[in-house]
Write a protein that binds this ligand. Structure first.
Ligand code: AMP
Length: 248
């Protein structure tokens, strides 16, 4: 089974993001960038499927700037076989990414496409669902367990419990946090990854337009929280909740 994994380059989750002075977006100058954490889980799951003998080839794809090659190389070091970068300089919305991924799916014909459930920069939680709609593939979102039993049996994390669905292949799956714990790339594998194939394609060559249908008008940082205080007694706490915070 060929598995396609979509990985996004995002601001590292440890970075405290700064908003640009003109509120036009987040300041990316000199900021550490990494693979989106949910995409790391997607790569790990594909590698585990290969180790189990279920997956035969893992192709990773990213839609983004040339620098996204770094995240593709990381995925190759984690166990992917080859990588594709769809070059796009502008900020992309989910539909544009889904269209580019659909073109790659048409070319590669994977049986399974794994994406993260959400990119931690845009928080869209849309791309996997849109890709499933565009390709007509079955979809299992927020996966916390994946088993291949002829069909693909996906346990989904939903509000207040778990739902198990059986998907016919080909299928699109998006990963939730508890699906697995991604491994670290070893130094020998990082070295080997440098020699693995990484193809760069333009949206034009794939026959897709990545023109955005929406525009970010303004980005604002959350209001700073005021400092807390310590109270000496329960009575004082109740008095403050009643008369200052006015919440009881
Ligand atoms: P989103 O819908 O933007 O929250 O992203 C959900 C998932 O879609 C991510 O975890 C990735 O697997 C995939 N994805 C989003 N944007 C890109 C991109 N530019 N390149 C490759 N995959 C992407």
């Amino acid at each position: 089974m060929k598995v396609l994994v979509a990985v996004k380059r995002v601001v590292d989750y440890n970075v405290k993001v700064r908003v640009k002075a003109d509120n036009s977006g987040v300041d990316l100058a000199n900021v550490k960038m990494s693979m989106n954490p949910f995409c790391e889980i997607a790569v790990e799951e594909a590698v585990r499927l290969k180790e189990k003998g279920v997956a035969t080839e893992i192709v990773v794809v990213s839609v983004g700037p040339t620098t996204a090659q770094e995240q593709l190389r990381t995925a190759l070091a984690l166990g992917a076989d080859r990588a594709i970068l769809v070059e796009a300089a502008d900020e992309l919305n989910s539909l544009a990414v889904a269209k580019a991924l659909k073109a790659v799916v048409d070319k590669e014909q994977p049986q399974l496409v794994i994406l993260g459930k959400q990119a931690i920069d845009s928080d869209n939680n849309q791309t996997g669902q849109m890709l499933a709609a565009l390709t007509g593939y079955a979809q299992g979102t927020f996966a916390s367990k994946i088993e291949v039993q002829g069909n693909l049996v996906v346990t989904r994390e939903i509000d207040g419990g778990l739902q198990t669905v059986s998907l016919s292949l080909p299928a699109v799956v998006t990963t939730d946090l508890r699906l697995n714990e991604p491994r670290y790339a070893s130094l020998p594998n990082i070295m080997k990854a440098k020699k693995k194939p990484l193809e760069t394609v333009t949206p034009d060559a794939l026959g897709v337009s990545l023109a955005s249908t929406n525009k970010t008008l303004k980005v604002e940082a959350p209001a700073a929280r005021s400092a807390g205080i310590k109270v000496k007694s329960v009575a004082e706490l109740v008095e403050k909740l009643k008369n200052e915070a006015k919440v009881i």
